[in-house]
Design a protein around this ligand. Structure first.
Ligand code: SF4
Length: 381
């Protein structure tokens, strides 16, 4: 099965698009020391994403099938479904599906469901391991990697729920079937969550490589003009209106992340959106690394001043300099994603930027905006 998965070219749909077969092999290489554990990560900390909980709610057996295939393939003796806390209907759907499997007399690797706080970084694989080891859902520091020594010291395969569901399909229909969709570099389909100024926001399945405009068309198209699109979620890339028509949704062309497509209405302001996303991401820091704690806060504050058309002299230059200084200096990739969002907004919206720096008013937050980031900050468990 690991060879079939490698041939299928399936890449992880949680954000990193890492080859799934390589992950499975890394875990199975370590099972001689101790049996492995499979973790299905459906915590979905990205505020604009709804694909994993939609999938778990409507196709729980597909996820459970994939988890069983993964467990048998890598030599795991347990499976954990990892959810974030505002997920009661999901927990009920999963428990009902587990009961149905038991009632059907299927002998399977045991499954347990674990919930954690709904935090942005709680789904990072080392945070998942730390939480399941009884600690906070904050990223840990590697090595050792989860595939070597994860939960309880066992080799641990942490996979996003959509990825696991895809492995069930690869097991059932084969690698050639899977490769018939998508691109050569990223085969298969992907679930995308469309929000903002589209007529029918929701979760849609597309072939990887689908043009961005066609994906927006699935959601009924834009209500009016568009001022830009955020691709890949809060750690993603802002696409300027003129570039929207030319972009294909593949991880080799754009940071597709977890498949979030946030469409700004004609009067929206990508710069203002980016500022409030930066503020949210600064509040989501796990407070363990200086560049993340202080750098993200300083960048977010400067961006908020710029977005309010109340910038201090030199704010823009400082944001650009701090972005270079902070990138790659966190224990995890959280600061890199936040900075990617800010830098891409500065590049994509030069007209808005000039307006804000001249102190002109902007109504972007009120009109044509994306759903705002959550205000509450839960604990770490
Ligand atoms: S970079 Fe930020 S989120 Fe990541 S481990 Fe360090 S403090 Fe935590």
């Amino acid at each position: 099965m690991i060879e079939v998965l490698e041939r299928s070219g399936l890449r992880g749909r949680g954000g990193g698009w890492f080859p799934a077969g390589r992950k499975w092999r890394a875990v199975s290489d370590h099972v001689e020391e101790r049996p492995a554990l499979v973790v299905v990560n459906a915590s979905e900390g990205e505020p604009l994403s709804a694909k994993d909980r939609t999938l778990a709610l409507h196709r729980p057996h597909l996820i459970l099938d994939g988890a069983q295939v993964a467990a048998e393939s890598v030599g795991a003796e347990g499976i954990v479904i990892y959810l974030s806390s505002p997920s009661r209907p999901l927990v009920r759907a999963l428990h009902r599906s587990l009961r149905e499997r038991r009632d059907a007399g299927v002998r399977e690797v045991p499954v347990r469901v674990v919930r954690t706080a709904h935090r942005y970084v709680a789904g990072e694989s080392s945070a998942v391991v730390r939480r399941l080891n009884g600690g906070p859902s904050k990223p840990g520091f590697a090595p050792p990697y989860p595939s070597e020594r994860g939960v309880g010291g066992r080799p641990t395969l942490v996979h996003n729920a959509e990825t696991i569901a895809n492995t069930a399909l690869v097991a059932r229909f084969g690698d050639a079937w899977f490769r018939a969709r998508g691109t050569a570099g990223a085969p298969g389909t992907a679930l995308v969550t469309l929000s903002g100024s589209v007529r029918h926001p929701g979760v849609y399945e597309i072939d990887v490589g689908t043009p961005l405009v066609d994906a927006i068309g699935l959601a009924g198209g834009v209500a009016g003009a568009t001022a830009g699109v955020l691709v890949g979620g809060y750690a993603g890339t802002w696409i300027a209106p003129a570039a929207v028509a030319h972009l294909r949704l593949t991880p080799d062309e754009v940071a597709l992340g977890c498949g979030v497509l946030g469409v700004l209405g004609g009067h929206g302001c990508g710069l203002s959106e980016s500022a409030r996303i930066a503020d949210y991401l600064a509040r989501q820091s796990a407070g363990q690394c200086g560049p993340c704690v202080h750098g993200l806060r300083a960048i977010a504050d400067a961006m908020l001043r710029i977005a309010a058309s109340d910038a201090n002299p030199g704010d823009l230059e400082r944001v650009r300099r701090w972005a270079l200084q902070v990138t790659g200096r966190g224990g995890c990739h959280h600061p890199d994603g936040a900075i990617h969002n800010v830098v891409s907004a500065l590049e994509a919206f030069p007209d808005h930027l000039a307006l804000h720096l001249r102190g002109m008013p902007c109504h972007g937050w009120a009109d044509g905006a994306l759903p705002p980031p959550p205000r509450s900050t839960p604990g770490w468990r």
